[in-house]
Design a protein around this ligand. Structure first.
Ligand SMILES: Nc1ncnc2c1ncn2[C@@H]1O[C@H](COP(=O)(O)OP(=O)(O)OP(=O)(O)O)[C@@H](O)[C@H]1O
Ligand SMILES: [Mg+2]
Length: 245
């Protein structure tokens, strides 16, 4: 057996809640939701980590405005640097702005390496920003990480919803927990998809309105926390007490 698998278990031993933020579809707001949720829970006093698992298109560092992307401190593994109170780990610390042209098995290797070197310590929440779709990253997360509880993201579009349905079916077949579905970029003309989400057997946690001011706040955590986007997200978690805020 790959010795890294046991090590990954040890690295994540003291993480209370491990929440991958995923969707079958790209561009639905996974990275914004993962990063903002990390900021919100951290602001409420929890110990929070954020792992950018999108090896081809890491973007959480852009959202958080993480500066000084040098190699993190190494001490029997790697200590994730703290960005706006969040322990943050991303492959950009290693690849910088260069693309990472990995595929198939190479991605799995990179993920194992990444998970087995990172020393998270004790955390209440570790949010994982997943790449779109149901590729290696999702399958590896399920296999390598003990008890992940997925937070799924869709838009009100039939196109997004149909791919999320596929992901939900796959996760249910594998008996993986799902906290629920967040509906993002809701507008006045959006169809009502809450019923269709509940029919999949997962809770529809709530809606986030389309927020024209969000783009301007990217790169500044303080500004992000003041957006309508963050307000809607916070209300979703408060309503169902999904994240004990
Ligand atoms: N509620 C919203 N209102 C307005 N813009 C939004 C909203 N949610 C996300 N966006 C914008 O949509 C774009 C895509 O968001 P994001 O990068 O978080 O999606 P993603 O699902 O992570 O994409 P990818 O699949 O490429 O990783 C970003 O420019 C973001 O600012
Ligand atoms: Mg993303």
């Amino acid at each position: 057996m790959d010795p890294r698998i046991e090590l990954i278990g040890e690295r994540l031993e003291k993480v209370e809640n491990l929440i991958p933020v995923a969707s079958g579809k790209g561009g639905v707001g996974k990275s914004l939701i993962a990063s903002t949720t990390a900021l919100i829970t951290s602001e409420r006093g929890h110990d929070v980590g954020l792992l950018d698992m999108d090896i081809h298109g890491p973007s959480a560092h852009v959202i958080l405005g993480a500066k000084g992307l040098d190699f993190p401190e190494e001490e029997k593994g790697v200590l994730p640097p703290t960005v706006s109170g969040i322990k943050f780990m991303s492959t950009v610390y290693y690849s910088g702005d260069k693309p990472s042209p990995l595929r198939g098995e190479d991605i799995s290797h990179a993920i194992r390496e990444f998970l087995s070197i990172t020393r998270w310590g004790s955390l209440d929440y570790l949010f994982v920003d997943m790449p779109p779709g149901v590729g290696n990253e999702v399958l590896d997360t399920i296999q390598l990480i003990r008890n992940p509880e997925f937070l799924l993201v869709t838009t009100p579009s039939k196109v997004a919803l149909s791919t999320v349905k596929k992901l939900v079916r796959m996760l249910s077949e594998l008996n993986i927990s799902m906290r629920g579905v967040v509906e993002n970029m809701k507008t006045e003309s959006s169809p009502d998809i809450a019923g269709e989400v509940e029919e999949m057997g997962v809770p529809h946690l709530g809606e986030i309105r389309f927020d024209h001011d969000l783009e301007h706040a990217i790169g500044s955590p303080d500004e992000i926390l003041r957006t309508k986007f963050a307000e809607d997200l916070k209300n979703i978690f408060l309503k169902e007490n999904t994240l004990s805020l």
